[in-house]
Structures are given as structure tokens and as C-alpha cells.
Design a protein around this ligand. Structure first.
Ligand code: AMP
Ligand code: FE
Ligand code: FE
Ligand code: ZN
Length: 283
């Protein structure tokens, strides 16, 4: 496979909650020395074409990707999907359902916040592109712009907290369903930041997901830590699963820098081999 490392396979643009265009994201990755990159916006493929072109223009390789929102009980689980068919009807239906729920949920959260602060839905929606997947980060940016909080992190710690009075949950499929949808669409499913505090699954749940097609785990990620990460290292080695490492870059929205974690060439090759739903751009 003619691609070159270093590879960063988890980056967000302004088609979801990153602050830069897909071109800007590829530029930022290239500036940090990345030669193979994926765009993985939340629940959308809207940035693929622009990112592929930007990567090509810079002599980089590009993997089309997405980060799917899923939930099991209270756990928010993110599933990274690579090289799937963006026109697969079942996957598209599910993404549309999540995105519709996200819009309704943002509207309801803004209504609640608007009782205590001066904030309108229009203020929030202007923070993203017209086709962006909306999320709490867009509310955060509107709160920052209005001078109500200092930055995104402050907003998440207080007004946007799931334990606070303004929080509304979104519809999200079970992670097992998401893995099946991605696999059926010819894609490669990797569990994002699996040892973060947002939600860690027990081994028997992981076994079930691996049987359904979960190909691997993003073990290199700044939010992973502790005993669960050590367990997953052994789990991946024993099962010969794919292991990735990525930055989860969000532009100015998070401190994460492109290339702060990277994926080994051998693992990138396995993803390229397994993903048959759409073609990468190799350069
Ligand atoms: P949502 O999916 O709308 O509930 O929002 C979650 C998103 O917010 C995640 O995808 C993160 O990228 C982002 N996020 C979560 N916590 C923070 C934080 N403390 N600072 C900035 N962004 C955050
Ligand atoms: Fe995000
Ligand atoms: Fe995530
Ligand atoms: Zn992410």
C-alpha cells in the first residue's frame, strides 16, 4: 500500500465540532508532519470531498472516516468508522436519525439555558457551517462569544454538564448496532478513546462487539488511562486486533494537537486492507 506515516486517523473539522474547514484541518496536520490523515467528523461525511482534495494537493494520503455517536445505558461510546460506503441506506438512515435528534436536543438545551442567560438558537447555529453536525461545543462557542464563559472547557464544566439543569440527552444507537451498520457498509469500526471516563465496557460486551465486526481500539488517545487501558492492551494483543493512536484534533476547540498520538504503518495497512466501502486517496 503506497502510503506514508506518520498517520493521524482522528481529526474534526467545522462539519462537526472542529473550528477549521476540512482544508484547514489537512493543512494543520501537514504542518505537524502528518502524511496520512483521516477526517472523522461526528455523524457526518460532509467534509470528505474537500479533505480528500486538500490532502491530494499536499501529497498526503487520506482515509474518509466518521465518529458515530452511540450509547449504552449512561455510557457515551464513540465508534470511529473508516472506508465505509457513504451511500449505504441503513447507515445513512441511522446517521440522519442521530443528527435530527441532535438538532432537537440543542434547541431544547438553548431553551433551558435561555431562561437564565441571554442566548438564542440563532446565536448557536451561526457557530457552525450550515451542514454541520450540531453539538454542545456550538453552544459553548456561543456562550464564549456572549462573554458568559471563558472557553469551551469552562462551558462543559458548568452550564453544559450532564449533571446540570440544562442538559438534554440525544438519541444514539447501541454501539453493537453501530458496529454492525459500519461493517455491513464495508467499513472498519474502531472504538474511539475506549478507556476514557465517558464510558468503559466490560470484556463480555467487547467480545460481543468484536464478534459483530469491531476491528480494533484507539488506545493512543490523551483521554485513555488507568487499569482499563492496561486491560485493553492485553485484550488487543491476545485477539490480534487493530490498535490505533490519534489526536482527536478539534482546531481551537480543544488543546489536542495533530500527531500527538499516531497509528503504526502496519495498523494503517490493516485498515486499508479491511475497508472496502469506499476508496482512500493515496499520495
Ligand atoms: P455532544 O456530542 O453534543 O454531547 O458534545 C460532546 C462533544 O463535545 C465531544 O465530541 C467533544 O469533542 C466535545 N467536548 C467534550 N468535553 C469538552 C471540553 N471539556 N472542552 C471542549 N470540548 C469538549
Ligand atoms: Fe467532538
Ligand atoms: Fe469522541
Ligand atoms: Zn473525536
Amino acid at each position: 500500500m503506497p502510503f506514508r506515516g506518520p498517520s493521524d486517523l482522528h481529526l474534526h473539522s467545522d462539519r462537526s465540532d472542529g473550528t477549521e474547514s476540512p482544508t484547514g484541518v489537512m493543512e494543520a496536520a501537514r504542518a505537524e508532519g502528518i502524511r496520512t490523515a483521516a477526517l472523522t467528523d461526528h455523524d457526518t461525511t460532509a467534509g470528505w470531498d474537500e479533505a480528500a482534495e486538500a490532502a491530494r494537493a499536499r501529497g498526503m494520503s487520506f482515509l474518509p472516516g466518521m465518529e458515530l455517536s452511540t450509547r449504552r445505558e449512561w455510557r457515551s461510546i464513540h465508534i470511529l468508522a473508516y472506508l465505509f460506503d457513504p451511500d449505504d441506506p441503513a447507515l445513512r438512515r441511522e446517521i440522519e436519525r442521530i443528527r435530527r435528534s441532535r438538532r432537537d436536543r440543542i434547541e431544547e438545551m438553548v431553551t433551558r439555558i435561555g431562561r437564565d442567560y441571554t442566548l438564542s438558537l440563532a446565536d448557536v447555529l451561526t457557530e457552525g457551517t450550515d451542514d454541520a453536525t450540531v453539538g454542545r461545543p456550538h453552544i459553548a462557542d456561543a456562550l464564549v462569544r456572549a462573554g458568559i464563559v471563558a472557553d469551551r472547557s469552562a462551558a462543559f464544566a458548568d452550564i453544559l454538564s450532564p449533571r446540570g439543569p440544562y442538559y438534554v440527552s440525544l438519541y444514539a444507537p447501541d454501539p453493537l448496532v453501530a458496529v454492525q451498520l459500519v461493517a455491513d457498509a464495508g467499513g472498519v469500526a474502531i472504538m474511539a478513546h475506549p478507556a476514557s471516563r465517558a464510558g468503559q465496557l466490560a470484556t463480555r460486551d467487547l467480545d460481543e462487539m468484536v464478534s459483530a465486526g469491531l476491528a480494533g481500539f484507539e488506545l493512543g488517545h490523551r483521554e485513555n488511562s488507568g487499569a482499563h487501558l492496561r486491560m485493553l492492551r492485553a485484550y488487543c494483543a491476545t485477539g490480534d486486533l487493530i490498535v490505533t493512536g490519534s489526536s482527536d484534533y478539534h482546531g481551537a476547540g480543544k488543546p489536542n494537537r495533530p500527531g500527538e498520538h499516531t497509528t503504526d504503518d502496519e495498523m494503517v495497512a490493516r485498515i486499508l486492507e479491511a475497508g472496502v466501502g469506499t476508496a482512500p486517496t493515496l499520495g
